[in-house]
Design a binder for this molecule. Structure first.
Ligand code: FRU
Length: 474
């Protein structure tokens, strides 16, 4: 396998987001916190800058900001390519794959086999297991793979395993995307799985296959424990292509139920897909930490980068808030992101000269419409604003757009009367992430300006705004 390393300074190379050293990346996988390190695995094709035979690439971080690249963790074998999945610390050694003294880290992933099975049966996807006894550095495949056979459905993938306590007893629950529903399986040992239930309410967003589910508990503002189910869909997103919807409800160890009756999006932009949360984050931390793939299947393989393709979103903390008698998921950059702040910049007046391409803004809008326009002397313009009760990002003339029909777009998110206190904008070389009111609404978009934006024009904001130049991490 060839992985060439780069200086991380190519045009459009993210400077404070995770991107692979070289070649193709998609979904984040196997995220587990272990012995002071956040492990991040990812869908990786080490031989090309487009999608192909999938491996799990690997990186670790102590602070979710600075990442260390490690060798490929899991590679294809005779059972197939290694698709998306999750990882857990099997602290009681329930699988028997480790010892009581050295419990294993266990990765559960999808095997994607292009070969038709016996008697013409479509046997594309099964679930397999690999384990690590050296804290995630090297991974051994389980000899009894696959652990979950294909029932005769082509799309049967992306196992996300959660440890669930039911009546004081811990068990493993797997959420699996099965065509256009989520199936829940349970296990006491991670090796044998039993089907419990399916979830696919009629009013949910379909439009394409369901992928990359995640099930986790979150406390409501009044202290009640709720369960959140994330489901990525492709296509069918609110602004085209791939996007992640969520459901807030309850889970009793077997069945997920919800009173929700309308589709809710974790991020309204075009470029946050297949995201899931870290497992094994200590209770004392108490956070639910998410990262997404910052791209969209509509154009991911043709974005104008060569050495590598794709980056992750900023890591985000998920929480519940209530609005209009309903519960919603907020996603806000983790507090560690503040470590990126280098210099505080003063904003005076409505025209701000930009001397850095890595920037954070915290803007306070007046009531009514507003806009922040980033531009440069080459006519590249990126507009973020509010118009007619909707937030929008206009990337029509933001830079290179002609690599794919439809990339030059205006994306919108309904505000439903939400009063905006803060517009936080995180700008990197080829992305912008917008967070309203601590992440009550998030919007992520790729942009490819050929020259850094050199000016920001503010329209409709109060005088007290904050801005920072950010550190280059890579
Ligand atoms: C989502 C996805 C997953 C699959 C993986 C393959 O982007 O299609 O469903 O496991 O990518 O790379």
């Amino acid at each position: 396998e060839t992985t060439t390393f780069s200086d991380y300074n190519e045009p459009f190379r993210p400077q404070y987001h995770f991107s692979p050293p070289a070649n193709w990346m998609n979904d984040p996988n196997g995220m587990v916190f272990h012995k002071g390190e956040y492990h991040l695995f990812y869908q990786y094709y080490p031989d090309s800058n487009v999608w192909g035979p999938m491996h799990w690439g690997h990186a670790t971080s102590k602070n979710l900001i600075e990442w260390k690249n490690l060798p490929v963790a899991i590679a294809p074998d005779s059972l197939g390519w290694i698709f998306s999945g999750s990882a857990v610390l099997d602290s009681e050694n329930s699988s028997g794959l480790g010892t009581a003294e050295n419990p294993p880290l266990v990765a559960i992933y999808t095997y994607h086999n292009n070969v038709k099975g016996d008697a013409g049966r479509i046997d594309f996807q099964t679930q397999g297991i690999a384990y690590s006894l050296d804290d995630g550095v090297s991974w051994e495949k389980f000899s009894g793979n696959p652990v979950l056979a294909n029932p005769g459905i082509r799309d049967f993938r992306d196992p996300k395993v959660t440890k669930v306590e039911v009546d004081g007893k811990a068990m493993w629950v797997m959420s699996l995307a099965v065509k256009d529903k989520i199936s829940f399986y349970s296990s006491s040992n991670l090796l044998e799985w039993e089907h419990e239930s399916d979830f696919n309410p009629a009013w949910a967003a379909y439009g394409g296959v369901w992928e990359c589910p995640d099930l986790f508990p979150l406390q409501s503002p009044n202290g009640e424990q709720k369960w959140v189910l994330l489901v990525s869909i492709n296509p069918g997103g609110p602004n085209g292509g791939s996007a992640t919807q969520y459901f807030v409800g309850d889970f009793d160890g077997e069945t997920f139920t919800t009173n929700q009756e309308e589709v809710k999006w974790l991020d309204h932009g075009t470029d946050n897909y297949a995201g899931v949360t870290w497992s094994n984050v200590p209770d004392a931390d108490g956070r639910t930490i998410f990262i997404g793939w910052m791209s969209n299947w509509d154009y991911a393989q043709v974005v104008p980068t060569e050495v590598w393709r794709s980056a992750m979103t900023l890591p985000r903390e998920l929480s519940l808030y209530d609005e209009g008698e309903e519960l919603w998921v907020a996603s806000n950059p983790v507090k560690e992101v503040e470590q990126l702040r280098d210099e505080a910049l003063t904003i005076e007046g409505e025209e701000v000269a930009l001397e850095n391409e890595l920037l954070e803004f915290s803007l306070k809008p007046k009531a009514g419409d507003f806009s922040g326009t980033f531009e440069n002397e080459f006519g590249e313009i990126l507009v973020i604003g509010k118009r007619e009760d909707a937030l929008f990002i206009d990337r029509t003339n933001s830079g290179l757009t002609n690599f794919k029909e439809g990339f030059a777009s205006v994306m919108t998110a309904p505000l439903n009367g939400l009063e905006i206190n803060e517009v936080r904008i995180m700008l990197d070389r080829s992305s912008v992430e917008v967070f309203i009111n601590d992440g009550a609404l998030a919007m992520t978009a790729l942009v490819f300006p050929e020259h850094p934006y050199s000016k920001l024009l503010l329209n409709g904001f109060e005088k007290e705004n904050k801005a920072y130049s950010l550190k280059k991490i890579w």
